[in-house]
Design a protein around this ligand. Structure first.
Ligand code: NDP
Ligand code: GDR
Length: 370
């Protein structure tokens, strides 16, 4: 049985990857952080009682900032494959926590590589590093491929740049099977609530159900190449099954503005929007609502730009060139953007039905939103 170790297993990608690896018959170990509340919502359905026989899913407490902990876990687990998905992954928040981000996302990657080397596992253990399209940052050329120069635009991207290069360096210096997946944005119903797509789909669902009045957003002109996380974790696995270690861009090759993502989400609940104003003054009003289930009056302002969400340095345009991954990995996405939006909207409508019932029953419904 192959053994995998996944850092960041409690995150969006960790959850989908763990599911995929279990389906493929792996023993899956994951590293979770200690937190004052349960933080395993996304993987609770995979939990197996350690008292049972033939358990194939096990969690270990740990942190990418703690070398000795990583060395101990890797020694105990002796993984065939490590997927290093753990990171402070929010670009805007990295401007507030730059040093921590560098430690977890940059040096954290080094700690994994070094642990494998120290333990003499360089020939046994294959390593996947979660690199990112944020490395491209300020546009140098489009579409962005494995050979496009990097120009990171945030503390997050600069930390990931270190992670990218230290992975390449350990591959070249020690002959390790260590690969970067340069993944463009990928989303899902499990996406963190403060990333823009999920903020929009959950906001749209809540507005349709009368639980929220407006969504406040930042730069609506930003363009992203959005895919579905389910497809992207399959690419991660394929990258580690190759004969030779290499880096791959994983993307759909289609780019869309945040504004158009907003329109598409509202269309899912039968609401047509019109945008007016520019920059920090931009708003969107309801033109018509054709779904009798939802009553949002014509003329209601449901989206407003709030400059607090602008980033000190922005990445305006991402569009990936997936040619290499299509040819060498045989990877093609199964979800296009309309299918992704539909999946996320259906999940959020389902989720917030519960809050709508509770509200009808007189319960107070709180919405913490950033
Ligand atoms: P999430 O933010 O959903 O998950 C991040 C995971 O990392 C969580 O499990 C989190 O734990 C964990 N984590 C955070 N800090 C540490 C730390 N110091 N030590 C150990 N674990 C830590 O991210 P995604 O699942 O979306 O992304 C997975 C990886 O892929 C990340 O590295 C991200 O930067 C990268 N990436 C993501 C893309 C995307 O579009 N989703 C695109 C390209 C790259 P907890 O649950 O406790 O917070
Ligand atoms: P990104 O994702 O920064 O691309 O990083 P995010 O969804 O945060 O932003 C995408 C674009 O939307 C604009 N935007 C807003 N973003 C957020 N979060 N909140 C808003 O209110 C808002 N309004 C507009 C942003 O300015 C940006 O241009 C994600 C993360 O998953 C990274 O970890 C990963 O590496 C990259 O994708 C690829």
């Amino acid at each position: 049985m192959k053994v995998a170790l996944v850092t960041g297993i409690t995150g969006q990608d960790g959850a989908y990857l763990a599911e995929l690896l279990l389906e493929k018959g792996y023993m899956v170990h994951g590293i979770k952080r200690r937190s004052s509340l349960f933080n395993t919502d996304r993987i609770d359905h995979l939990y197996q009682d350690p008292h049972e026989k033939n358990v194939r899913f096990k969690l270990h407490y740990g942190d990418l900032s703690d070398s000795t902990n990583l060395i101990r876990i890797i020694q105990e687990v002796q993984p065939d494959e490590i997927y290093n998905l753990g990171a402070m992954s929010h670009v805007k928040v990295s401007f507030d926590t730059p040093e921590y981000t560098a430690n977890a996302d940059g040096i954290g990657t080094l700690r994994i590589l070094e642990a494998v080397r120290i333990l003499g596992l360089t020939k046994k253990t294959r390593i996947y590093q979660a690199s990112t399209s944020e490395l491209y940052g300020l546009v140098q050329a489009v579409p962005q491929s494995e050979t496009t120069p990097f120009y990171p635009r945030s503390p997050y991207a600069v930390a990931k740049l270190y992670g990218y290069w230290i992975t390449v360096n350990y591959r070249e210096a020690y002959g390790m099977f260590a690969c970067n997946g340069i993944l463009f944005n990928h989303e899902s119903p499990l996406r963190g609530e403060t990333f823009v797509t999920r903020k929009i789909t959950r906001g749209t669902a809540r507005i349709a159900m009368g639980l929220q009045q407006k969504i406040y957003l930042g730069n609506l002109d930003a363009k992203r190449d959005w895919g579905h996380a389910k497809d992207y974790v399959d690419a991660m696995w394929r990258i580690l099954q190759q004969d030779e270690p290499e880096d791959f861009v994983i993307a759909t090759g289609v780019t869309t503005t945040v504004r158009d993502f907003v329109k598409m989400s509202f269309e899912e609940v039968g609401i047509e929007l019109a945008f007016e104003g520019e920059g920090a003054e931009e708003k969107a009003r309801v033109v018509r609502c054709t779904n009798p289930e939802y009553q949002v009056p014509e003329g209601t302002v449901v989206v407003e730009v709030d400059a607090q969400y602008f980033r000190p340095t922005e990445v305006e345009l991402l569009i990936g060139d997936p040619t290499k991954s299509q040819q060498k990995l045989g990877w093609t996405p199964t979800y296009d953007l309309p299918a992704l939006v539909k999946d996320m909207m259906q999940a959020d409508l389902h989720l917030f039905k519960r809050d709508a019932y509770l509200k009808q029953g007189g319960h107070k419904i709180f919405n913490y939103h950033e």
